[in-house]
Design a protein around this ligand. Structure first.
Ligand SMILES: Nc1ncnc2c1ncn2[C@@H]1O[C@H](COP(=O)(O)OP(=O)(O)OP(=O)(O)O)[C@@H](O)[C@H]1O
Ligand SMILES: [Mg+2]
Length: 473
């Protein structure tokens, strides 16, 4: 390419300011990009010293002259910094100054290429600011201890949450090995090092366990360790987020204890009811039956009106026996022991719905007989639900459905009554609470849905093989 064409090319370039300086730094050529970026026309600027492009503070510090010196000595200089346009506004410039020597090695001047990189710088500044904001966020989080470890496990950053949860101040802890947070037995077992190894190998490790505060007290922690890798996949350290789960753990423990207690109570209640049912059946009813037989015998031998009076006594005894049998079957329905859940519930629904003049149905969709515990629970829930229908619903019919769902037993009791207003149950009402607790003690669930004017449906599900821990002594 000949010199003229090359000159034309340089002249026409718009994205770069390309111009020449004489050995003293005065401008001797100017292209279209220089005019666009800096605002001066060629006839305005040629012959001026290039320090007009520098901010006053740089000129005062002698920066333009120094840059030429370095470029002359080393052949080339690159710089980034603020430059000034003709109208006084600033832009962020990338500048390359190249020393130009002739064949004899004499300095003839400098070539200068300047780019306006304000956009790139703005993006970098925005990124830095967003990183800074993120750092501030992490710093000020108090619910989580968030900190960074170097690849060897020494602590290199610390946030407010870490100080709150672990008790160490930044200046006390930076540089220490993170194994100070572990109980002595874990350290002896090599757990801290092992956790870093796993995190490094798999990228991430989650753990729950005891950790130690500065004052020596323990807390139950949820810990996530994340390996921090650079662009090339080399390990730079670890991020560690720790939560204090002590309260949650205590609450869960309390809930478990309570569940176990309810389980015991439910179980004890069943045992007691069964015992009473047997006692009443074997002793009270048997002796009353014997009394009845003697009364009948006596009546057959007595003249009237004594015979009629004794016969009347016998009727009272028979009625009492019938009531006691009802009590026994409510305490411990014999069908549950001998015929299974559907029979027991059918007999019960038949009896009470008949007495309360309710239309009724019991649908059996069971494909699997529930365990004895689940059957008892279902029966008790059914009893309470029906007594609620009687007491509150003003219903005309009830429909009970038993089905096998999800490897468990589902019981649904629907009435067509007035429905329960939400939040109506308050203190002094234990039926719904007891139903829920029974279902939960059996590791199932119970829900009550109610539409005012259309009725109430109680639905529960009891798993087939309940985890019996709740019922263990
Ligand atoms: N089938 C239903 N139809 C309409 N309202 C109902 C029905 N079941 C329950 N309720 C309402 O929900 C309330 C709470 O029922 P729950 O069984 O807990 O208590 P209770 O029956 O009032 O008293 P308890 O069962 O302790 O003797 C009832 O007072 C009633 O207002
Ligand atoms: Mg009730």
């Amino acid at each position: 390419m000949d010199d003229d064409r090359f000159r034309l090319l340089v002249q026409g370039v718009l994205d770069y300011a390309i111009f020449m300086l004489d050995p003293q730094g005065r401008i001797s050529s100017w292209n279209a990009g220089a005019e666009r970026i800096k605002g001066y026309r060629a006839d305005e600027i040629i012959g001026q010293h290039f320090s007009v492009f520098y901010p006053a503070e740089d000129v005062a510090a002698g920066k333009p002259a120094k840059e030429l010196e370095v470029a002359a000595a080393e052949g080339r200089l690159e710089d980034e910094g603020w430059r000034i346009r003709e109208d006084g506004t600033r832009f962020w410039a990338n500048v390359v100054i190249t020393a130009l020597y002739d064949d004899r090695g004499e300095l003839k001047g400098f070539g200068k290429v300047t780019r306006d990189v304000s956009d790139r710088r703005a993006a970098e500044v925005a990124l830095r600011e967003s990183e800074e904001r993120f750092r501030l966020l992490v710093q000020s989080v108090v619910d989580y201890a968030i900190f960074v470890l170097d690849p060897q496990g020494r602590i290199s950053s610390w946030n407010a949450g870490a100080e709150r949860i672990k008790g160490y101040r930044v200046e006390e802890i930076i540089g220490q090995h993170f194994s100070v947070f572990y109980p002595a037995e874990d350290v002896a077992a090599g757990k801290p090092a092992w956790e870093l190894e796993v995190a490094a190998a798999e990228g991430r490790l989650e753990d729950e366990g005891w950790r130690v505060r500065k004052d020596g007290t323990r807390f139950w922690a949820n810990v996530v360790i994340t390996a921090l890798l650079d662009d090339r996949g080399r390990l730079q350290g670890f991020g560690k987020v720790t939560r204090d789960m002590t309260e949650r753990r205590n609450a869960e423990q309390a809930l478990r204890d309570r569940g176990r207690l309810v389980g015991h109570l439910v179980e004890a209640q069943e045992v007691e009811r069964r015992r009473i049912a047997w006692d009443v059946h074997d002793e009270s009813i048997q002796s009353m039956v014997a009394v009845g037989m003697r009364l009948q015998l006596l009546a057959s031998r007595l003249p009237e009106p004594a015979a009629a009076a004794v016969g009347g006594l016998d009727e009272s005894v028979q009625a009492a026996i019938a009531r006691l049998r009802g009590l026994v079957s409510r305490l411990r329905p014999p069908e549950l022991d001998h015929h299974g859940l559907v029979e027991a519930i059918s007999a019960y629904v038949e009896e009470v719905a008949g007495r309360w003049e309710l239309a009724h149905s019991v649908r059996d969709e069971l494909t699997d007989e529930p365990s004895p515990e689940a059957a008892t629970t279902a029966y008790r829930i059914c009893q309470e639900a029906l007594s609620n229908v009687h007491k509150h619903a003003r219903a005309t019919r009830i429909d009970v459905t038993l089905s096998t769902v999800d490897n468990g037993t589902r019981l649904r009791i629907a009435d067509d009554g007035i429905g329960a207003a939400a939040g109506e149950a308050g203190s002094g009402h234990f039926g719904l609470v007891e139903m829920h607790e029974r279902a939960e003690a059996a590791h199932g669930w119970l829900s009550v849905t109610s539409t005012p004017g259309q009725g109430t449906t109680v639905e529960c599900w009891l798993p087939k093989l309940p985890d019996v821990t709740g019922l263990e002594p």
